[in-house]
Design a protein around this ligand. Structure first.
Ligand code: AMP
Length: 542
């Protein structure tokens, strides 16, 4: 029997109309060098239509890939809707990728148009000789661009004679946007989101993070990193004021933006919070407007959540996801009745499986493992906003009976709460047993004199692998490995305690701010790290 319900396509166009028609007076605020520029949703919606008209005039048609090489700003938001809603495909380019990978992803996606911020023109010029499909460049601002291709000024390309655009009817399964993964091995892999997946993900984020239409949001996460976790779309759908940092990503600028605009919701990777909290130690930052700060992209140390709460009243909650999962997969909102200590510990976890997503864990033989909070296996995911393939790239090893293999290793407890202990490629197998690098990092980061810590596996004659702890001391602090090991000894199993320690000035980071463990391992292999070897402690098992 068929239902009587309307067959209403789930498209970004419907969300675009909602922000335009219901929340015309909500604001989009973009930071400038010393102030802000502000437009209403009504104005931005008109500009979305004018941008679509301009892009159509240079030949953008259904399925044309339009790249954006942009910071978080109003124009990027305009492209976020204009491009998919005209039936073309938005390809957000990661401006922190090395140029070879940036060129690879532009060529692989066959971008024909790139919209580029003036400040990023040098980056685009550096890859232009390697690009095969590009036909037009649209520059936001006045910067000159040296190329034989047609260069259009964003402001002039806009069809300002029009107030609307004849937005086409789209199939919900058609491509809306694409992102390339930032995995540090091999070529980046493309994920193509559909209108339907993005629409449903918006609802998942709205409920999963408990956002409301009275929130004002400051997504610090870049709009090239999994669509800023979908937040600009959710903010538009809910009529939240949307605050964007443009290129002003340094802690002092972020603090200025938070204090001036008083968002009540912010979202960023742990390094962003680390930077803000470090700044706040020497020059106080007023976080009082923020009711919720979401951290994702990497595990966040519990000590950081505790310090943010105790010293600054900033409530940070961890969430997990990946480019392949749009990204929301879990969020760590504590259940009612927690003590303050339990509340902090809860918020540092990977979180409860988000509504709309299904997760399972599998063992080395591919068999499903129980949700007992103890069995450790690879996490697999499926759901309406999880990718079922990579774009034009065979990767059969990444999928398993219709589930995505996430490459994350962890446990699930009987109430669907996930704890990631490692990446598959980062696990430390010592004497046949797993040591969680994530747990070691979090515990070391809890030492008052430690700013950051990353732990990698290094070869060991006796145990095959042992952990090497790379530690960045706080400015002015004197830390030494024996003291750190002593600190750790009451916090993790004795046989996990690293013998190898390296005090470093900084931990190398990937293009989206994660510890670059591949680079750390290479530095270790080349003998570039100054490693202190402590005498091994006798293992419990001898
Ligand atoms: P990306 O596709 O760049 O967003 O990276 C996704 C990966 O980031 C995941 O597979 C995890 O390894 C890691 N990740 C994201 N969020 C978290 C989190 N809350 N805890 C631990 N790892 C995380």
């Amino acid at each position: 029997m068929r239902s009587t319900m309307q067959e209403f396509p789930l498209t970004l166009t419907a969300l675009m109309r909602r922000g335009r028609d219901v929340f015309g007076s909500s604001k989009v605020v973009t930071a400038t060098e010393s102030g802000f520029r502000t437009s209403s949703f009504g104005e931005v919606a008109t500009r979305m239509a004018q941008l679509a008209g301009g892009l159509a005039s240079i030949g953008v048609s259904p399925s044309t890939r339009v790249g954006t090489l942009c910071w978080n700003n109003q124009e990027h938001l305009e492209a976020y809707f204009a491009v998919p809603c005209m039936g073309a495909v938005l390809h957000t380019l990661n401006l922190r990728l090395p140029s070879s990978q940036l060129a690879f992803s532009i060529n692989h996606a066959e971008d024909e148009v790139i919209i580029c911020d003036s400040s990023l023109i040098p980056m685009l010029e550096a890859v232009l000789p390697q690009l095969n499909s590009l036909r037009h460049i649209v520059v936001i601002g006045d910067a000159p661009c040296t190329t034989s291709l047609p260069v259009h000024r964003y402001a002039e390309l806009m069809d300002t004679s029009a107030k609307t655009y004849a937005w086409p009817d789209l199939e919900e399964t058609s491509a809306a946007a694409m992102c390339y993964t930032t995995g540090t091995t091999g070529d980046p892999k493309g994920v193509v989101y559909s209108h339907r997946s993005m629409y449903l993900h918006c609802f998942g984020v709205w409920g999963g993070l408990g956002l409301t239409d009275s929130d004002s949001m400051f997504p610090v996460v870049p709009m090239f990193h999994v669509n800023a976790w979908g937040l600009p779309y959710v903010g538009w759908m809910l009529g939240c004021d949307i605050i964007l940092s443009d290129r002003f990503m340094q802690p002092a600028h972020l603090a200025r933006i938070i204090e001036a605009q008083r968002p009540n919701f912010i979202a960023g990777v742990p390094t962003i919070y680390g930077g803000l909290l470090l700044l706040a130690e020497t020059s106080p930052v007023d976080f009082s407007s923020v009711r919720l700060a979401i951290s994702g992209g990497s595990a966040i140390p519990e000590s950081m959540i505790a310090a943010a709460q105790e010293r600054h009243g900033l409530r940070i909650v961890s969430a997990w996801g990946m480019t392949e999962t749009s990204p929301l997969g879990s969020a760590a909102f504590p259940p009612p009745g927690c003590t303050p200590e339990e509340d902090v510990a809860w918020r540092a976890r990977t979180g409860r499986i988000a509504a709309g997503i299904e997760l399972r864990i599998t063992g080395e033989d591919g068999g499903e493992l129980p949700w007992d909070g103890k069995s450790v296996g690879e996490i697999e995911a499926r759901g309406p906003w999880v990718t079922g393939a990579y774009y034009r790239a065979e990767a059969p090893d990444r999928f398993h009976d219709g589930w995505l293999r996430t490459g994350d290793v962890g446990t699930i407890d009987p109430s669907g709460v996930v704890q990631i202990t490692d990446r598959v490629k980062d696990v430390i197998k010592s004497g046949g047993e797993w040591i969680s690098s994530v747990e070691l990092e979090n515990q070391i980061a809890g030492h008052p004199d430690v700013l950051e810590a990353a732990v990698i596996a290094v070869p060991d004659e006796r145990w095959q692998e042992r952990p090497l702890a790379c530690v960045v001391p706080r400015p002015g602090a004197a830390v030494e490995p024996e003291g750190l090991r002593q600190f750790l000894s009451s916090r993790v199993a004795r046989w996990w305690l690293p013998e190898r320690w390296a005090l470093v000035a900084e931990i190398p980071k990937t293009s989206v701010g994660k510890f670059d463990k591949k680079l750390l391992r290479a530095q270790y292999a080349k003998g570039e790290l100054d490693v202190v070897l402590l005498p091994p402690l006798p293992r419990d098992d001898g």
